[in-house]
Ligand binder design. Structure first.
Ligand SMILES: O=P(O)(O)OC[C@H]1O[C@](O)(CO)[C@@H](O)[C@@H]1O
Length: 535
């Protein structure tokens, strides 16, 4: 493979619009300065944060010693018959290993949910063969802490010593770094933020333990590293970053990502967090819209507010196409988003609005009565309870309610579907994205809660304030108590939905929550109602 194998193709109009930005980036020496970890690239306000966030530019070299350690532990575990890997981690602590293993066809069970049924499914796997990787940079993320607690209890119940079956990935100094009940702690480089951590221990340990060839990823990144560090007009990261900046400034702030035959599985979900959490702040940013394929609604028919981006070869509808192997794409996209941050005038390394939703969820958990009161429905239609925030109506049929609600999306705005459900058993909820996009003609995103809170959640609150939010929550047949905590997973899941809805409403954004009292029947009713909408 040569560096040329990572190609960024732009349509001629975007190429022309990006050219002045590309020239400025080259003459400012941005690529070389980024490779040298110059924290002044994003202005004085961002300098302190950036000075502890740039080690990702050299991970293709500095992560090498990890490979042997991972291999040794994998061999040890396998010799004990432990070959099923479950990963507990949110956002940057699970998205990279998920795409790495999916691309290689290697099995990895990812827990980035508080849905009781989805967690129960992971617990129902063969625990005799299971190792749990607990990944958290901060060591304090509530979802990951809950997963660890339920797995410790389940291991103990089966007579399995949790200290032999838990592997930790965390930053030095985090509470998890001190965890006694674990087999091994991998300390990651603390000078890399979660969404830039694909080639640190956060990406490599779970993927490598599951059986992925992680050395190859580092090789792929190495082959493109010189091109990414070069202050030249054909630098793929500068080209991609300049195109993002030009598209944004032209009003096409949404990046519609579709795989066009890249050979990578699920790259959009990883890129979604990188783009949204890095750029969606101070009322600006790039909104990633991940779609199933180039023929999905929103891609080929994108309007002036959106840029169709092919992951893989260009297609008729794409304006940007990024081709190359996964390890190279990680480095190119991380660099491009950092460059776009400079062009947009924001700090690409903080996530100032994520904390607000966490805080609101925490205070709801502290006061379960409020949780009960907030969940009284404004209307009930079959198996669907309707909860509307100020400014949205709960009158008429489900289709009427949805029609009136989607009409509140402003010109050039977007509709976000947020499903706090089981992404395996309730997978059909994802159909709502193409259905709504097709019938409303609006850019529509879809996210599983609480996973998206660590991804597009930052943009929703911090980015362009033109989103309208459709939450779907559902009753759980069985709930799971979180050991030594005063809440169940189901309560936590609801508090997360209500907490985020509260913060969105505080930002003046319309929120409609549909609660499914019977998940299958309720989902079918919602899909039917959406199908009654027309443009
Ligand atoms: O690794 P941690 O500290 O558990 O955090 C998980 C995720 O939560 C966030 O900090 C904020 O949502 C992400 O940036 C990060 O990837």
């Amino acid at each position: 493979m040569s560096a040329q194998q990572i190609g960024i193709n732009l349509d001629p109009a975007l190429e022309a619009a990006a050219a002045p930005r590309l020239n400025a980036l080259v003459s400012d020496g941005v690529a070389g300065r980024l490779a040298a970890q110059d924290s002044t690239l994003w202005g004085p306000a961002a300098e302190a944060e950036a000075s502890t966030r740039l080690s990702w530019t050299t991970l293709h070299r500095t992560s090498r010693p990890l490979i042997g350690e991972i291999e040794a532990l994998r061999n040890e575990l396998r010799s004990e018959g432990v070959d099923r890997v479950v990963l507990a981690g949110m956002g940057g602590s699970s998205l990279a290993p998920e795409v790495i293993t999916a691309t290689e066809g290697v099995a990895l069970t990812v827990l980035d949910t508080t849905d009781p049924a989805q967690v129960a499914d992971a617990l129902a796997g063969d625990l005799d063969r299971t190792v749990l990787v607990v990944s958290s940079k901060s060591g304090t993320t509530v979802e990951t802490d809950s997963h660890r607690r339920v797995f410790v209890a389940a291991f103990e119940e089966e007579g399995i010593d949790p200290a032999r079956r838990i592997v930790v990935v965390t930053d030095p100094g985090s509470p998890l770094a001190e965890l006694e009940q674990c087999r091994k702690v991998f300390l990651a480089d603390p000078h890399v933020g979660g969404r830039y951590s694909a080639l640190t221990a956060f990406g490599l340990v779970p993927a490598g333990l599951a059986g992925a060839d992680v050395a190859r990823l580092l090789d792929q990144a190495t082959l493109v590293a010189d091109a990414v560090a070069a202050d030249t007009r054909d630098n793929p990261a500068l080209r991609l970053g300049a195109a993002f900046g030009a598209a944004h400034d032209d009003g096409a702030e949404k990046l519609v990502l579709a795989d066009t035959g890249s050979g990578i599985t699920g790259f959009g979900d990883w890129a979604e967090q990188l783009i949204a959490e890095s750029t969606g702040k101070q009322g600006t940013g790039l909104l990633p819209v991940v779609v199933d394929a180039p023929d999905a609604p929103g891609f080929g028919d994108a309007g002036k507010d959106a840029t169709p981006v092919a992951i893989g070869p260009s297609t008729g509808g794409s304006r940007i196409a990024a081709e190359g192997p996964l390890g190279a794409q990680f480095l190119v996209w991380e660099s491009a988003v950092a460059v776009a941050g400079r062009l947009l005038g924001i700090d690409p390394f903080d996530q100032p609005d994520v904390e607000a939703a966490k805080k609101a969820a925490r205070s709801l958990l502290d006061d379960p009565d409020t949780l009960g009161a907030t969940s009284a429905p404004a209307a009930v239609v079959g198996a669907v309870e309707v909860h509307a925030s100020t400014g949205t109506s709960a009158e008429g049929s489900l289709a009427d309610i949805l029609r009136e609600f989607t009409d509140t999306v402003p010109d050039g705005g977007y509709l976000a579907v947020q499903a706090y459900l089981d992404r395996l058993d309730d997978a059909s909820a994802a159909l709502l994205r193409p259905e709504l996009a097709k019938r409303t003609g609006m850019q529509t995103t879809f996210g599983w809660g609480p996973r998206f809170l660590h991804s597009t959640g930052q943009y929703h609150k911090g980015g362009h304030q033109n989103g309208v939010f459709l939450q779907i929550t559902g009753a759980s047949e069985e709930d799971l108590q979180v050991p030594d905590r005063p809440y169940t997973l189901g309560t936590l899941q609801l508090a997360q939905a209500l907490g985020d809805a509260q913060v969105l409403a505080d930002h003046g954004r319309p929120v409609l929550r549909l609660h499914l009292t019977d998940r299958a029947a309720g989902l079918a009713e919602v899909v039917r109602a959406v199908q009654e909408l027309d443009r």
